[in-house]
Design a protein around this ligand. Structure first.
Ligand code: NAD
Ligand SMILES: O=C(O)C(=O)C[C@@H](O)[C@H](O)[C@H](O)COP(=O)(O)O
Ligand code: ZN
Length: 357
């Protein structure tokens, strides 16, 4: 088992990465302050891992709420299901929520924890590659709105993250690829050495090789933990973790949540950010080719939906949370491993990218 720490002073917490750890009472119990526990999971994950998790919670009063499965259910109705379960089972402020699932479950569980009785504690037990490399770390929680992705939420850090790599053995291939999008992102924004490793070991990642996945998870979480420690609430460098997301969130919202997986939209979005960086003279055509080859090798899309117009992109991107002064702020690449956030670019370069996207 590997351990990382997210350094946030008296709110610091560990990330444990290893096989068959989600039923380990020694890892869970120290991060549950009271006697009550509410497990938040969904219809797909519950039959796979709920009983294993409960076996590591002996002596606690454990309840569970099983949500419908899908990005389209990352909404207020699902949050209300969690609140109703907590209230009907008389959970008080000493309760601890446990998110058992991917990023959708984790974001909603975290938001319910941030808001139930003005805030209770929670634990992340991520079970997709994407949630193990990204969503379970850093405290971004929330739900979608029809007008935009993740538009309602809160920053609320977990007490601990248990990334059980054994759970990835049941993950569909399409979901594995979606998680690799966020892994590639760390290499592109700040870690060129990691990017070279991803390129070389892509076949192992796609084959669900445990050693390769463990390294990808560790190095992704290391990158994310470093950024979160520097800029927890995204007033600066944390925005770089949004590479590809301004385009990608527009794709998800336009296509209807759940049609494009988040990681697929991010893959297409990172390609669009790369192409725009080339138009600004910041990337060479060889570098663009390298990024395209890498995203494609992960079985991810390298372009947006054919039925999405320039106006569709602008409609959703103009609502993005990073925007200031009515200018769309984009994370672009001034080189491989060198991301910047800017709204200072020629509109022609932006619009040409949207048309090509
Ligand atoms: N908070 C953050 O920092 C952050 C970061 C990245 C992404 N996100 C959010 O995360 C979401 C995407 O997360 P995701 O990619 O994990 O999607 P997801 O949560 O929808 O999970 C993907 C699918 O895999 C299923 N599943 C989960 N674990 C499984 C397992 N072990 N075996 C088999 N099936 C399993 C799920 O039920 C679902 O059908 C998006 O809403 C995105 O906005 C948040
Ligand atoms: O943790 C962050 O910060 C990220 O940007 C990680 C992203 O991969 C993730 O999709 C996040 O939810 C997007 O943030 P948002 O603020 O644009 O919703
Ligand atoms: Zn993301």
């Amino acid at each position: 088992m590997q351990t990382l720490n997210v350094d946030l002073g008296d709110r610091s917490y560990p990330i444990f990465i290893g096989a068959n750890i989600l039923s380990n009472q020694q890892l869970l119990a120290p991060y549950i302050k009271g006697k009550q526990v509410m497990i938040v999971t969904n219809e797909t994950v519950a039959p796979l891992y709920l009983e294993a998790l409960k076996s590591g919670l002996k002596g606690f009063k454990v309840d569970e709420v099983i949500l419908p499965d899908g990005e389209q259910y990352k909404n207020a109705d699902s949050i209300d299901m969690i609140y109703s379960a907590l209230l009907s089972k008389r959970h008080n402020r000493t309760t601890t929520l446990i998110a058992l699932g991917g990023g959708v479950v984790g974001d909603m569980c975290g938001f319910a924890a941030a808001t139930y009785q003005r805030g209770v504690e929670f634990i992340q037990v991520p079970t997709t590659l994407l949630s193990q490399v990204d969503s379970s770390v850093g405290g971004k929680t929330g739900i979608n709105h029809p007008l935009g992705k993740n538009m309602i939420g809160a920053f609320h850090q977990p007490n601990v993250v248990l990334a059980d790599t054994e759970t990835l053995t049941t993950l569909p291939e399409r979901e594995l690829s979606a998680g690799i999008a966020e892994v590639i992102k760390y290499g592109l924004i700040r870690d060129p050495e990691f990017l070279s490793w991803i390129e070389a070991d892509m076949p192992k990642l796609l084959a669900c090789d445990q050693a390769a996945l463990s390294k990808a998870i560790y190095d992704s979480c290391r990158n994310k933990a470093e950024i979160v420690a520097l800029d927890e609430k995204e007033s600066g460098c944390r925005a770089l973790l949004n590479l590809g997301h301004t385009f990608g969130h527009a794709i998800e919202a336009h296509q209807g949540y759940g049609n494009w997986l988040h990681g697929e939209a991010v893959g297409a979005g990172m390609m669009m950010a790369t192409l725009m960086s080339e138009k600004l003279g910041w990337l060479s055509s060889e570098e663009v080719g390298r990024v395209s080859q890498l995203i494609e090798s992960a079985k991810l899309p390298v372009a947006g939906p054919a039925d999405m117009s320039k106006e569709d992109f602008i409609h959703f991107m103009s609502l993005d949370k990073k925007n200031l002064d009515h200018r769309i702020r984009l994370v672009l690449l001034k080189g491989i491993g060198n991301a910047v956030i800017t709204s200072d670019y020629p509109m022609s370069a932006f619009e040409d990218t949207l048309v090509a996207g």
